[in-house]
Design a protein around this ligand. Structure first.
Ligand SMILES: C[S@@+](CC[C@H](N)C(=O)[O-])C[C@H]1O[C@@H](n2cnc3c(N)ncnc32)[C@H](O)[C@@H]1O
Length: 245
């Protein structure tokens, strides 16, 4: 690939709030790998809006990878800027030298964890992960903290009445201590406070309440979930107070 060089085009795919939040976290000038890209809107926008010079675009399925190819063709992205790979996660994908930003978005938290588990990473800040789980964020956070990944930031985005979290992560090799409540709410120290994050905490608390009610209706012991609900409500009230003028 030619050396790093940037182009800025006025016309690029429109990103919803979820992918726009991912977009904002990508480091300017990093080589991007978008894992499970599907439509390819994120990497195409990153190139067209001058954030990065080149991208590796992967998908485990041929049809979504073809969709990404079509997006790049539609927006006339230079072909030398993108490398399309039919691949399971990061298997067989060589990490570029220098700063690499790896985006893994729009999948379940456990699948994202599995993709990361299959690959070894060097410590350091050359490789930056931007992870956007659609479900079971707690399982992803547990995997990350138990396996030497640090969440540097957590943001939230609201799109079409749904809230999503987006994580900015580095591999340090050191496991991270956590309380169980933090698995569900993220760490307060990493949180980028916003109205969307407050909604995310509210959604988390409500879904835990449903879980607890279900357990109780079935005659089970929901003490664990009740403690987590308490934690989530405390975090929610902290964020609500912080956002009040
Ligand atoms: C819901 S789409 C998300 C598309 C885009 N990343 C986004 O956030 O809008 C999930 C994509 O991940 C792909 N996928 C699922 N498992 C994968 C894996 N192990 N490796 C690479 N891609 C995978 C699917 O084929 C699908 O195209």
């Amino acid at each position: 690939m030619p050396p790093f060089c940037i182009c800025i085009m006025e016309n690029s795919p429109e990103l919803g709030a979820r992918l726009a939040e991912v977009f904002k976290l990508v480091r300017r000038g990093a080589a991007v790998i978008d894992v499970g890209s599907d439509h390819g809107y994120l990497p195409a926008s990153l190139i067209l809006r001058g954030v990065c010079g080149s991208c590796i675009v992967t998908d485990v399925n041929a049809a979504p990878l073809e969709r990404a190819r079509r997006t790049f063709a539609e927006y006339n992205v230079d072909t030398w800027r993108v490398d399309f790979r039919l691949a399971d996660g990061l298997c067989g994908v060589e990490l570029p030298l220098g700063n690499a930003d790896i985006c893994i978005c729009g999948m379940g938290g456990e699948l994202i964890a599995l993709i990361l588990e299959k690959r070894r990473f060097a410590r350091g800040r050359e490789v930056h992960f931007i992870l956007q789980p659609m479900t079971r964020e707690w399982a992803l956070r547990r995997f990350l903290w138990d396996n030497g990944f640090e969440t540097e930031a957590e943001c939230a985005a609201e799109e079409k009445g749904k809230v999503y979290c987006v994580m900015s992560v580095y591999f340090t090799g050191r496991s991270v201590e956590y309380a169980d409540g933090e698995l569900f709410c993220g760490k307060r120290s990493a949180r980028r406070a916003s109205a969307a994050f407050t909604k995310y905490l509210d959604k988390t608390a409500r879904s835990l309440e449903k879980k607890s009610e279900g357990i109780k209706k079935g005659g089970g012991d929901a003490a664990y979930f009740d403690k987590i609900i308490e934690w989530a409500r405390r975090e929610l009230s902290f964020e609500t107070n912080r956002s009040e003028p």
